[in-house]
Design a protein around this ligand. Structure first.
Ligand SMILES: *[C@@H]1O[C@H](CO)[C@@H](O)[C@H](O)[C@H]1NC(C)=O
Ligand SMILES: *[C@@H]1O[C@H](CO)[C@@H](O)[C@H](O)[C@H]1NC(C)=O
Length: 177
């Protein structure tokens, strides 16, 4: 009885090391695909409005509103080890205090290859404000469309699918009457 158990144990250890080997091969093989998604990203408009901080109602705070246009073909990223893509639009800029900021202003999930050609005219989904509460002395921002590829097996991979061709200045805040 003991030896039967021991034998079964050995056998299942053997099976699981086979399985680990197969999974490792799957994970490694997805690195061999040199996926190069192509995309274009442009800003249709950007506006800055003054407002009040939600938590501190007496404190003034500026909010940026970005309208963007994305067209990208992400189908090369869909291979047999692709579970889904997490897409996000990031604003990259140096603020008035000299701090580099990477702010995610929009995101989306693509689950199927059939949905991987995207054309989005959109606006930031998340509140876009600066820690210093103002964009006045911020340097022009670059915007990039990035992805995380979530595989069935293996590690997340990151990449960039599109980027604005030149940095975009934050405009002066609109005057609200
Ligand atoms: C959005 O970008 C695509 C590709 O650059 C372009 O063909 C299309 O005309 C743009 N749409 C608008 C409304 O700017
Ligand atoms: C924006 O892109 C330009 C050109 O690639 C680069 O020189 C600049 O440092 C970038 N700015 C930021 C804040 O990343």
């Amino acid at each position: 009885m003991h030896s039967l158990y021991a034998r079964f144990n050995n056998f299942s250890a053997f099976l699981s090391s086979c399985l680990m080997g197969v999974l490792a091969a799957v994970a490694l093989s997805s690195f061999m695909f040199t996926a190069a998604p192509s995309g274009e990203l442009s800003l249709a408009s950007i506006k800055v409005f003054p407002g009040n901080s939600r938590r501190l109602p007496n404190v003034k705070q500026e909010f940026a509103f970005v309208n963007f246009n994305i067209s990208a073909d992400l189908t090369p990223l869909f291979h047999w080890n692709t579970k889904q893509l997490f897409l996000y639009l990031q604003a990259e800029y140096v603020d008035s205090k000299g701090v580099q900021n990477d702010v995610v202003i929009w995101d989306s999930i693509v689950r199927r290859k059939e949905d991987a050609v995207i054309d989005v005219m959109g606006r930031n989904k998340y509140v876009f404000r600066d820690l210093s509460r103002s964009f006045r002395k911020a340097r022009p921002a670059n915007y990039s469309l990035r992805y995380n590829l979530m595989p069935y097996v293996g590690v997340l991979t990151y990449g960039e699918a599109a980027r604005t061709s030149e940095a975009v200045l934050f405009p002066d805040p609109e005057t609200v009457s």
